[in-house]
Design a protein around this ligand. Structure first.
Ligand code: PMP
Length: 374
């Protein structure tokens, strides 16, 4: 116990102690925390779906779904809503099959730990999400991390290490969660072919925000495994892996986070599917709004000489030290903006930042006002 208290104190000293904020309500582009309303620049509800009451009411009017499956899918926890949603997402990419996981975290964890056996290897971008890192740690095989977006570095590693292993998987996010920068899929596809690897792309932050049919960056590309979550732009819950019939069947048999966990309520599954089938035009309209806002924000930053690695709706303002980042975040909060400080271990040491995520309900004038205050 003494050690735990010491560690907590250590985190506090480093301005790294996390606490759950008391969020009372959220509505279009706004958030109420501890009784005060703020402009919300911290939401992953990129299309503003989860807070649309009219949409929820319309869905719930005819909804009669179980609120629990009380079992894993392979026992008695499956239902027709699951197969319908799996077909919907597989069809979006024009792929053979899909598998729903409970969360994006469990999905990446399950897919990587299942596919990487003791003779296998993962090549992973250094800034990939924790769920990918944890999947690699759980896997029986080897994992090798290449410098973020440094595909020459990746090629050197492939050249020297690939032949020591049977199966090899290259894993990347498409739009990176903390920097908003965008992967060069052409280069990765070239490398995966040259070195006989599978390519896995996590579309968590691009699904429904980019691409034909909401498919992010990977549709029609030579990508073997696509993962994504319903918990961000779809405004729902759960996650998916889209791939070939064989890989999905393998995951059903080997992915422990799928096999050994109660499946999510059919109500949520039906909500995701309803949005992606019946509400496509609304989603498209919100996606267009987000795209327009993203372009305007990037133009504004450029006109002010502010450089950014971001090529998307996720915009980091890197401050560096934890203490300073927390102070800027608190100052913005006192002025009506909700943008929590993102600190290690979520981002590398010395790169603490404000992570601004634009949603279809954010306004350019608020972003401009916020920039004036940073
Ligand atoms: N992948 C990435 C890139 C993410 O950013 C996240 C969540 N922040 C996840 C996976 C996990 O998704 P979920 O929240 O559905 O667990």
């Amino acid at each position: 116990m003494k050690k735990i208290l010491e560690e907590l104190e250590g985190l506090k000293q480093k301005d790294q102690l996390r606490k759950i904020p008391q969020i009372e309500s959220k509505s279009d582009g706004k958030i109420v925390v501890d009784g005060k309303e703020y402009i919300n620049f911290a939401s992953n509800d990129y299309l503003g779906i989860s807070t649309k009451k009219a949409l929820r009411d319309e869905f719930l009017k005819n909804a009669d779904y179980l609120l629990s499956t009380a079992s894993a899918r392979l026992l008695s926890g499956s239902s027709p809503e699951y197969s319908a949603l799996e077909k919907t997402v597989a069809d979006l990419w024009g792929k053979e099959a899909a598998l729903i996981f409970n969360t994006g975290y469990q999905c990446n964890l399950g897919v990587i730990s299942a596919l990487v056996g003791k003779d296998d290897v993962v090549f992973s971008d250094k800034l990939n999400h924790a769920s990918i890192i944890d999947g690699m740690q759980l896997a029986k095989g080897e994992f090798i991390r290449y410098r973020h977006f440094d595909y020459d570095n990746l090629e050197k590693l492939l050249e020297s290490k690939r032949r020591q292993y049977k199966r090899a998987i290259i894993v990347t996010e498409s739009v990176f969660s903390m920097d908003g920068d965008v992967v060069d899929l052409d280069r990765l596809i070239e490398l995966k072919k040259k070195y006989d690897c599978l390519l896995m792309v996590d579309e968590a932050h691009a699904f429904c925000c980019y691409g034909d049919n909401f498919t992010g960056l990977s549709k029609g590309r030579d990508v073997d495994i696509i993962t994504g979550t319903f918990g961000k732009a779809v405004g729902s819950f759960g996650a998916f892996c889209v791939s070939s019939e064989a890989i999905i069947s393998y995951l059903i048999n080997k992915a422990r986070s799928f096999i050994f966990s109660t499946s999510i309520p059919p109500l949520n599954i039906a909500w995701s599917n309803w949005l992606l089938t019946e509400k496509r035009s609304f989603l498209e309209a919100q996606k267009a709004k987000l795209s327009e806002l993203t372009s305007s924000v990037h133009r504004l930053m450029e006109s002010r000489g502010i450089e950014t690695v971001s090529g998307s709706h996720i915009i980091p303002i890197i401050i560096g030290e934890n203490e300073k980042t927390v102070k800027v975040s608190e100052k913005l909060r006192s002025l009506g903006f909700y943008i929590p400080a993102i600190r290690p271990p979520t981002v590398p040491e010395g790169t603490s930042r404000l992570r601004i995520s634009l949603t279809a309900d954010c306004r350019l004038e608020d972003f401009e006002r916020m920039l004036d205050l940073v």
